[in-house]
Design a protein. Structure first.
Length: 250
């Protein structure tokens, strides 16, 4: 079965299985909150990395939970995974956490899958749906613990409602699912936080960029990514203009 899988099918299958493993680990009920997060990360990471190395041995791999091998910089195809995006939410038995599996080719997030195990969903780039229309008042997802000042300021300019939410993948998929309209993040992330969500969002026809409007580029020597914007294409100019105005005022 695995030999016949396309890259996109493999990404979705691995994200879904890793999500089920994580639910099983959590349901065991024998780990405290901090230990549960570590065990979940380790379990999902081992599964994803072993599976990808066996199924795609010629490709490079970047995972949040693995020591970085900079040989990946010489590779065209690099799998970028986040075994548990939103470890705190996972440990607290919330639904706003995710599993990310993506493939970047020459720095471009060409395909990916984001599993939302708490919601029983896997969003994937090879099966894009129609993003529901936006309501009259736009909705912006922000961190539930530390919303970025720039996002709050842009929301005020646009008259948008703030929706606190956990992981990056959950926030991005809220836009894909039509549960929100804008995901603006300026608090800093890493490549594994956004590669799969960006691949899925792009496949659904959404806008994905840095906050200066430049493309998201992956498989860099420094995996830190300072900022991110995911939204409907028609809203991108509004958000980018608001950010520019705020930058001029500061």
């Amino acid at each position: 079965m695995s030999d016949a899988m396309t890259d996109a099918e493999l990404a979705a299958h691995l994200a879904e299985v890793a999500g089920r493993l994580l639910l099983e680990v959590r349901s065991a009920g024998v780990l405290s909150l901090k230990a549960l997060g570590r065990a979940g990360d380790a379990t999902a990471n081992q599964f994803l990395c072993h599976a990808l190395r066996e199924q795609r041995p010629d490709d490079a791999l970047l995972s949040e939970e693995e020591k970085d091998n900079l040989d990946r910089l010489n590779a065209s195809r690099v799998w970028i995974v986040d075994p548990v995006d939103g470890t705190r939410e996972y440990g607290e038995e919330r639904a706003d956490w995710a599993v990310h599996v993506a493939l970047a080719v020459d720095g471009v997030p060409v395909l990916g899958a984001v599993a939302l195990p708490g919601a029983g969903e896997v969003l994937r780039s090879d099966r894009p749906g129609t993003v529901p229309p936006a309501p009259a008042q736009l909705r912006m997802v922000v961190s539930r613990t530390r919303p970025a000042a720039e996002a709050v300021a842009v929301a005020e300019k646009l008259g948008a409602e703030l929706i606190p939410m956990g992981s990056a993948g959950a926030k991005a998929m809220a836009v894909v699912l039509g549960q929100a309209d804008i995901y603006l993040h300026t608090g800093g992330q890493y490549e594994w936080d956004s590669c799969a969500p960006a691949a899925v969002a792009l496949a659904h026809g959404l806008h994905c960029s840095r906050v200066d409007g430049s493309p998201l580029v992956y498989n860099q020597a420094d995996t830190y990514m300072p900022d991110l914007l995911i939204c409907r294409r028609e809203h991108a100019p509004l958000v980018l203009d608001a950010l520019r105005e705020l930058g001029q005022q500061s």
